[in-house]
Design a binder for this molecule. Structure first.
Ligand SMILES: Cc1ncc(COP(=O)(O)O)c(C=O)c1O
Length: 384
């Protein structure tokens, strides 16, 4: 049996999305900058996709720009905020995705002050510390905090942070790559300056994302070149992928409640099955329904000398998941997220993440496979 439980890494392309994309690879291959009918066809497909994103966010089409990926979107915002908005301080957290963390570090090397907000043991931002940081320094500040953590699923209270940013005059960016298409996001209510998204996390193609930039702020593009994306993203547009992003988001919005109920059920089912099957098992991140992303379950395995091989053995048995652990020594490269929440380095983490294509039978198989490794009398996990 093959079971894919790594949907926070990437998702299967929806067949309906592929169908929508195909004509833009074959028949409608015009360059959207061309003024003839071929170009106009491609251009209008891009604008259709932009409308889907704008409608989902309750934004204006002029606030949505397509990018090559979520990473590009976050780089563009963080670097643009420093270069073009006079930002001299960034507040972020130690458990952001590397596209944010490394962009922040790059800005720090240019002299930008960086403050990391304190986190609790399940990865929640300490909101009073965030307020203290905002209050303590009135330099032009960008707050960059992710909506849902990709490793442990813990959710940020976007409204609370946006209120604080408004109160203290800071710009607010959220990496919403893990939540676009899974949670409603309304920028009219939220009052946020920037968001980043990526199609391959919601059953769209890889290599295409978008950035939301509130009309009240202006940042310059990362790339110098043509005037595509209203001068914000030079380079001939990845038309078929943008079409795919639009279709994938449309499908995600249409079935959001249904998918949410289904995935939440799969997650809680897996958690309860694992608890029953493996003594000493724990979970990383917030375990309440409202505190964590319903598609991510980060399992903290009981200490076991062979635990390092768990992911490998799951893979051999056909189960795809992700791993991670806090560093046990300075030389070892562990998960910066698990380290950021001070997870026990003796406990290996396995991240299972779900999609609408997963079934309970698949969960049963994954649980049984894992349980077999951890409940043997000799606790050996090197053979299945
Ligand atoms: C939270 C988060 N941000 C950003 C990214 C990067 O997105 P992309 O793969 O489109 O560059 C990912 C994907 O791994 C992610 O999970």
């Amino acid at each position: 049996m093959k079971v894919y439980l790594d949907n926070a890494a990437t998702t299967q392309l929806d067949a309906q999305v592929l169908e929508e994309m195909m004509p833009y690879l074959t028949e409608f291959y015009g360059n959207p900058s061309s003024i003839h009918s071929y170009g106009r066809k491609a251009k209008s497909a891009i604008e259709k996709a932009r409308k889907v994103v704008a409608k989902y966010l309750d934004a204006s089409c002029s606030e949505v720009f397509f990018t090559g990926c979520g990473t590009e979107a976050s780089n563009m915002i963080i670097k643009g905020a420093v270069r073009d908005l006079g930002v001299t301080r960034i507040i972020s957290s130690a458990i952001e995705h590397h596209c944010v963390l490394h962009s922040v570090e790059a800005m720090q090397k240019t002299g930008v002050k960086v403050d990391f907000v304190k986190l609790d043991a399940v990865g929640h931002v300490d909101y009073s510390h965030l307020e203290e940081l905002l209050k303590s320094d009135n330099s032009k500040t960008l707050v960059s905090l992710m909506h849902a953590n990709n490793e442990i699923g813990t959710l940020l209270d976007l409204y609370r942070v946006s209120d604080l940013c408004k109160q203290y005059g800071a710009y607010f960016h959220s990496d919403t790559v893990q939540t676009i298409g899974y949670y409603p996001l309304d920028v009219q209510q939220l009052k946020i300056h920037f968001l980043s998204g990526s199609a391959h996390k919601f059953h769209g193609p890889k290599g295409v994302g978008f950035v939301y930039i509130n009309n009240e702020v202006t940042v310059k593009p990362l790339l110098d070149g043509g005037s595509q994306e209203r001068n914000m993203r030079a380079g001939t547009e990845n038309v078929f992928s943008i079409v795919g992003l639009g279709k994938a988001l449309e499908l995600a919005i249409e079935k959001m409640d249904e998918n949410r109920a289904y995935l939440s059920e799969l997650k809680s089912y897996m958690a309860s099955q694992l608890k029953a099957a493996i003594p000493g098992i724990k979970f990383n991140g917030d375990q309440t329904e409202s505190g964590a992303n319903y598609k991510v379950l980060s399992v903290s395995l009981p200490p076991n000398e062979k635990a390092e091989l768990t992911l490998f053995n799951l893979d051999i048995a056909g189960v795809a998941a992700s791993g991670g652990s806090a560093c046990t020594s300075g030389s070892e490269k562990g998960s910066h997220v698990l380290e950021g929440i001070n997870a026990d380095p003796q406990r290996k983490a396995i991240r299972f993440s779900f999609s609408k294509y997963n079934t309970k039978e698949e969960i049963n198989y994954a649980v049984a496979t894992l349980a077999k490794m951890f409940t043997r009398a000799d606790t050996k996990v090197d053979a299945i």
